[in-house]
Ligand binder design. Structure first.
Ligand SMILES: [Zn+2]
Length: 264
């Protein structure tokens, strides 16, 4: 179910039945090399969230179209929220959803740059609860995860793309975007040629630690980071979307059903 297509009463009825979970997909509007769509991350996170929610009778909120992409500032069409803006926005979203009774919020990101602001937002909410300044109808829990985390999807990415999956403009995300929007399918030679990155220190420790936009552009002039988006097909995209949705559905169901003291 999509939250934006539900009525207030329908949401209230679910909460009364003990279902307090919601998936909030987080995207970005940033270059994705060559013909890649600026909104790829929101398209992917939104599609995975919606399909995961369908699998387990859960709720998926509308995807956030904008994210923290300061390292692409100056690119035509790019919109970046400052880390503090994104954090404040997510704080408000978690608090609003929680006050209305949806107290288990799974932030599902499609973009690594959103991770640190999202974690900060979660801790801001917890701090307000600890200080006794915010009260919710049930204990509030929020959790961050990326749509590509999960065993089924990890195995399928390896099988399909091996060491050409990379980190940005991945064939996986491009394939899913093509499945959702068939007009995004382009000839293979429209993409920049593959360049290997043996090791990308920017993506260590499970988070993005990007420098400024000028140095980022100098380092990755084509856009992709170790990825070969020319391998993407809409057929792969359907399989990848399904695998990711199954992984996320299981994680979300466990999160939503967990006792309050272990929801994190
Ligand atoms: Zn992306």
């Amino acid at each position: 179910m999509r939250l934006d297509l539900m009525s207030r009463d329908a949401v209230a009825a679910r909460i009364a039945s003990g279902r307090r979970g919601v998936i909030l997909p987080l995207g970005s509007l940033e270059p994705h090399a060559g013909p890649g769509a600026l909104g790829t991350d929101a398209i992917c996170a939104g599609a995975v969230a919606e399909r995961a929610a369908e699998r387990v009778g859960g709720i998926a909120a509308p995807a956030l179209a904008y994210g923290m992409v300061q390292f692409h500032l100056g690119a035509p069409g790019c919109v970046s929220l400052r880390p503090s803006t994104l954090s404040a926005l997510l704080f408000d979203a978690i608090v609003s959803l929680g006050m209305g009774g949806l107290t288990r919020v799974l932030l599902l990101t499609g973009h690594g740059g959103n991770a640190a602001p999202a974690q900060a937002a979660i801790q801001e909410v917890m701090a307000e609860v600890s200080l006794g300044r915010l009260r919710f109808p049930a204990p509030v829990s929020a959790k961050l995860r990326a749509w590509w985390e999960g065993p089924r999807l990890a195995a399928l990415r390896r099988e399909l793309y091996g060491d050409r999956e990379g980190f940005h403009v991945t064939p996986s995300e491009v394939a899913i975007a093509m499945t959702v929007h068939p007009a995004l399918a382009v000839p293979r030679d429209a993409w920049p040629a593959w360049r290997a990155v043996a090791h990308d220190p920017l993506h260590d420790l499970g988070g993005d630690r990007h420098e400024d936009a000028a140095r980022h552009a100098a380092r990755f002039p084509d856009g992709p980071i170790g990825s070969d988006p020319s391998l993407a097909t809409a057929e792969d995209g359907e399989r990848l979307l399904d695998a990711a949705a199954q992984d996320v559905a299981e994680a979300f169901a466990a999160f939503e059903a967990a006792p309050d003291q272990s929801a994190r």
